[in-house]
Design a binder for this molecule. Structure first.
Ligand code: GAP
Length: 573
């Protein structure tokens, strides 16, 4: 464990940010419980995300179940492809992510896209060892391990279901409802914040790889030919980009504006570039250290089964002077029409949108109306399929109908149909529009990793009055507690006055902690460790002065000033 990891984990447990679930029973890897400070920090990040990605961008939020029937994941491709590579140690029995062992111990930065055979070769070549006990893993079998948690739905039921591995499918599967809600008008966006589940092989680093995670996802549905993002809103935002090419050359990051990134062809999709611009501003607003931040493009063999391009937002969560430690906090994927097409094909519903033309267009079409009174008696139960095959041929190769006999194939057998029985004709029709499958652009945020990044980037140590202190320099937007209120002592009316001030601030909508235990210095240190931006102290002067005043201490500078109580709420907000 790196130094900053250790410090963040220790502080998180001691001060109520997060800790391993059910430690009383030995704990369970990959599950973390957010304590009072952590839950508030997480909620603040989620609310800030909601305000930006739902409300401000004009999108709508939904809430789907976390369990879905098997058919959904059969269609989405997760049943076949949602695997990671596992290797089991013959000595200690520990299971590990095989690709991660390769990445941690060779020059290869990305091994996820390699085949299991290639990973086995690399284990041999580098004589790689079990990260737990050091036993050699050369010659051990590397296998695919399915990551979805399986369950059954209902008692005595063979009705298989899965805990969703991404919130996205809950949006895609209901697309026919949402397109009606939006009256068939593209583009539109649907958001969702909720739990997803992945049976990770090796959970790690507290919140970074967990088995129950919170995602905040936006599925933005567009007509790829018509819809353009409002680039002028973000065109000058600077992006730090690590493209596929730069990674292969082991080159440097590029600093380009959103507009330049598209014009220079570094980011192919304008929509992806637009969302990177929006997200950059948002990360900055909640206190991500943008000096320890970048966007990294996926290598081709790293792309998920649904994506044609993907850029990850990554944060370096190492301490100054430590080896860099980049974690993926968000994926920005261009999913094309992959998901809607799959659900359109696998279900009974229509996932297309009718796109009306500006002007009706005349179009020549070729059609057949076969003589079924002939086909029926002649070909029996194959007659219907032969008629369908004739229609397909009329569309694909109308010239074939100039022959006397038309050859079509049904279930591997060839049939020759006299052309006069086909009823072939060319005609001109007027079309008012067409059915299209929208494309999807998806910014997908991992909230647990956002919480971890904010903790790691806010963590600081300094010296106050000759004493070392630990301080979380949270941005006010996300700080779990906004103001702490202390009486100098809980006697002679100070406690009552302090409670009165705390209630008054709460009624103004501030998140307030009242604390009267221990000396003032210790109370300041406690609030510094949970990142409270302001501490308000009620002392004897408060009771004596008219108008009443209190001291307000600033977390970062530790400077104090006297403020009138009747101006306190306004002063703080
Ligand atoms: N719908 C797309 C999707 O789920 P993903 O890249 O697999 O894409 C999106 O996940 C985000 O979810 C990641 O960028 C990461 O922040 C977070 N995430 C994924 N697996 C996680 C895990 N096991 N623990 C914590 N966060 C995770």
């Amino acid at each position: 464990m790196k130094d900053l990891d250790r410090k963040v984990a220790e502080l998180s447990k001691r001060r109520g940010f997060f800790s391993q679930t059910a430690e009383a029973y030995g704990g369970v890897a990959g599950f973390q419980t957010f304590g009072p400070e952590g839950a508030e920090l997480k909620r603040n990040i989620e609310n800030s995300w909601r305000a930006k990605f739902s409300d401000e961008l004009g999108n709508r939020e939904i809430e789907a179940p976390t369990i879905m029937p098997e058919a959904v994941f059969e269609a989405s491709g997760h049943l076949d492809t949602f695997d990671d590579m596992i290797v089991r140690c013959p000595e200690c029995g520990e299971s590990s992510r095989a690709d991660h062992i390769v990445e941690d111990n060779t020059e290869l930065d990305e091994a996820e896209g390699l085949s299991t055979e290639k990973i086995e070769e690399l284990f041999q070549e580098h004589d790689l060892e079990c990260p737990e006990c050091g036993e050699s893993l050369a010659g051990e079998k590397v296998e695919d391990f399915h990551l979805m948690f399986e369950t059954t739905i209902g008692p005595d039921s063979g009705n298989r279901g899965y805990l969703r591995p991404e919130t996205a499918q809950g949006i895609f599967v209901e697309f026919p409802r949402f397109k009606d809600y939006e009256r068939g008008q593209l583009p539109f966006g649907i958001t969702q914040i909720g739990k997803s589940y992945r049976n990770e092989i090796s959970p790690r680093k507290g919140l970074v790889r967990v088995r129950e995670l919170t995602q905040a996802e936006l599925e933005h549905f567009i007509d790829p030919e018509e819809d353009r993002p409002p680039m002028d809103e973000v065109e000058d935002v600077e992006l730090k980009l690590y493209s596929r090419e730069r990674q292969s050359e082991k080159g440097d990051l590029q600093r380009l504006t959103v507009r330049e990134s598209v014009e220079e062809g570094v980011i192919e999709s304008e929509w992806i570039a637009y969302f990177l611009g929006i997200a950059t501003e948002w990360y900055r607003s909640i206190g991500v250290d943008m000096e320890r931040f970048r966007y990294r493009q996926h290598q081709n063999d790293e792309l998920s089964h649904y994506a044609s391009d993907c850029w990850d937002a990554e944060a370096d969560v190492s301490a100054l002077g430590e080896e860099e430690d980049w974690i993926e906090i968000t994926g920005f994927a261009y999913r094309g029409c992959y998901d809607l097409k799959k659900h359109h094909e696998h279900s009974e519903e229509d996932y297309t949108v009718f796109k009306e033309y500006d002007e009706p267009v005349e179009e020549e079409v070729t059609e057949v109306s076969p003589d079924m009174a002939f086909l029926g008696p002649e070909y029996g139960d194959k007659a219907g399929e032969i008629a369908e095959a004739l229609q397909e041929k009329a569309e694909e190769n109308p010239e074939a109908f100039e022959q006397d006999e038309i050859a079509v194939e049904v279930e591997g057998e060839e049939y020759s149909i006299p052309s006069e029985r086909c009823g072939f004709e060319r005609k001109t029709v007027t079309k008012n529009g067409e059915h299209i499958l929208p494309h999807v652009v998806e910014p997908s945020f991992g909230i647990d990793r956002m919480v971890y990044t904010i903790l790691a980037h806010s963590y600081d140590e300094d010296e106050v009055d000759g004493e070392e202190r630990t301080v979380m320099r949270f941005d006010e937007e996300v700080a779990p507690t906004e103001v702490a209120v202390f009486p100098l002592m809980d006697k002679e009316g100070l406690g009552e006055k302090a409670r009165e001030v705390a209630d008054m601030l709460r009624s103004e909508g501030l998140s307030v902690k009242y604390d009267d235990t221990g000396n003032i210095g210790k109370r300041y240190r406690r609030q510094d460790e949970v990142g409270t931006p302001y501490c308000v102290t009620i002392d004897y002067d408060t009771l004596e002065e008219e108008p009443e005043t209190v001291t307000v201490r600033d977390r970062d500078s530790t400077e104090q000033e006297r403020v009138r109580i009747d101006e306190l709420a306004e002063h703080l907000s």
